[in-house]
Design a protein around this ligand. Structure first.
Ligand SMILES: Nc1ncnc2c1ncn2[C@@H]1O[C@H](COP(=O)(O)OP(=O)(O)OP(=O)(O)O)[C@@H](O)[C@H]1O
Length: 261
């Protein structure tokens, strides 16, 4: 198991935002975490990535207990995330946005860069090549020299994903990657997520756009009021009455089921 939470709980004063959640992420899968507004999804992500500290329970990543680890320690262990709000360097080029994310893993040091040694030049070439390989995963390789802020909204979101991927994470956590995308952009998003998994990354995503979730996820957890109410394949989740109730409200759910859906 790549990631595992046990009885993970987060309280904010009297409010239990996440209650005894047991989430398991298998290596190589595309897993979705869904739930109505205020269900606790973002809190859960913040617990996994170390932004919030758990009130109770534990998180293990790659077999290591990360419950009390700091955000940067967890990131160094191979967990990367994107945010609901786009966080790019808008005035820099698309290519530079990716390169900046690649530098921390590079072998160049100050002396090499001042002396412009061969090691430095080779490393710069390697970084450039890697940046374009990553951009090609989301179809942005022809826009490397464009200013990041000039990209269409969906493309900016893809670029953000690529920046997270530049750290070569074992687990990539996507926080509403489809937010604000149009139909074509979300369809492409599904393709991009598949490519990312094929490149060897495990993907966990929170998403409001059900078409994206149902299309791309192999397994889905549904939470409501901080608790798990279902877990299963997209088909199982679509037919689960507890899930339908949570999203539609109980009376509407009965109508929905009676209507033969
Ligand atoms: N820092 C905080 N302090 C107090 N309460 C919080 C805090 N963060 C979240 N909450 C509360 O915890 C509950 C879960 O919120 P959370 O943002 O995790 O839900 P969500 O499923 O991500 O919702 P959405 O889909 O609307 O983003 C909500 O009732 C929210 O008001």
């Amino acid at each position: 198991m790549l990631l595992q939470t046990e009885n993970l709980t987060k309280r904010f004063g009297g409010l239990v935002a996440v209650e005894s959640l047991n989430l398991q992420v298998r290596e190589g899968e595309i897993l979705g975490l869904i739930g109505p507004n205020g269900a606790g999804k973002t809190t859960m992500f913040n617990l996994l990535t170390g932004v919030h500290k758990a009130s109770e329970g534990s998180v293990h990543f790659g077999g290591v207990d990360i419950t009390r680890k700091a955000v940067h320690e967890i990131a160094q262990m191979g967990m990367a995330r994107t945010f609901q709000n786009i966080k790019l360097f808008g005035s820099l080029s698309v290519e530079d946005n990716v390169k900046i994310a690649l530098y921390p893993k590079s072998k160049v040091n100050m002396l090499n860069s001042i002396l412009m040694t061969r090691t430095y030049r080779e490393e710069m070439e390697r970084i450039e090549q890697k940046a374009y390989e990553l951009l090609a995963m989301v179809g942005l390789e022809s826009k490397g020299k464009h200013q990041a802020s000039s990209l269409a909204y969906g493309e900016q979101r893809y670029l953000e994903i690529i920046r997270a991927l530049a750290t070569d994470p074992t687990l990539l956590i996507l926080d509403e990657p489809g937010a604000g995308m149009n139909g074509t952009e979300s369809e492409q998003l599904v393709e991009h997520i598949r490519k990312i998994r094929s490149a060897g990354h495990t993907v966990l995503l929170i998403e409001h756009d059900m078409s994206v979730i149902m299309e791309v996820c192999e397994r889905i957890y549904v939470i409501n009021f901080g608790k798990q109410i279902a877990e299963g394949t997209p088909l199982q989740i679509q037919n689960n009455t507890k899930v339908i109730e949570a999203y539609l409200g109980e009376e509407d759910a009965e109508d929905y089921v009676h209507a033969g859906n």
